[in-house]
Write a protein that binds this ligand. Sequence first.
Ligand code: 13P
Ligand code: SF4
Length: 302
Amino acid sequence: MLKDMQQEILRIKKEKNITILAHSYQAEEIQEIADYTGDSFRLSELAVNDPNRTVIMCGVHFMAETCKLLSPDKKVILAKEGCGCPMAEQLSADELRQLKEMYPDHTVVAYINTTAELKTECDVCVTSSSAVEICRKIENDKILFIPDCNLGAFVADQLPEKKIKLIQGGCPIHAAVREKDVLAEKEKHPNAFVLVHPECVPAVTKHADYVGSTSGIVNYAVKSDAREFIIGTEISIAEHLQYICPDKEFYPLSKHLICPNMKRTTLPDVYKALNGGGLEIEISPEVMKKARVCIDRMLELG
Ligand code: 13P
Ligand code: SF4
């Protein structure tokens, strides 16, 4: 049944010249039919050079928006309407304007997990893998980092020469992991390497052997000679790694590391999106122009 639907999806997307992008937190059966899998910004970059004019994003809303910002002339469809990232919507453009009045001499750095509208008020974007490098290259030593205070704290720790102002915000899924969780897993698996996403709180990342983005964690585990790993990011990454490295052992840092919004997209949703369903992303020309500025700045500095 599952295989039949996958075959049908592959047939239709080929017939209609549609490209499917799947974030690495998506279900395995969706990743199997995708043209590209990976972390959020990389998917959007890959779509730019893809010849197809229509792209379906299996992920959350800001990822589809980022794809549209990078490929404004393409039709970009979010596979399932209503899948949002709570962190991306934590701060409104009005609230950010107020913060900018409080910190007028700061460069505003936005995590890519933000809405296109919020990006219009920011100076430069970062991903979880580029945040440290880009903040290092910003000439101003005063940075207002939004919206993830945990990723911001990780950057601040690496760059003591910068004055980084953090605001309260972050990923509710990663930030819910506690220090006791990492200590308990380390006790159960004393030989395991601990790989953690920087959206986790500093009390957790301080116990990590490696802190990095989802693709950074996957690459580290695949290349490492170690045999056991505790995976401190969305649970699908531990599952996916177990699938691609069957001779290694992967233990999720917490069984609660499940992003419900990422898990809402199903194979039938992808099928419907190929046939006129899903949500087509539309961004006004004004927002498009302004939001592109901080993405282009990221590409310049990255
Ligand atoms: P990546 O950019 O590392 O894929 O992260 C996206 C995300 O939503 C992490 O929670
Ligand atoms: Fe957003 Fe967190 Fe889900 Fe990533 S894991 S999409 S940051 S809620």
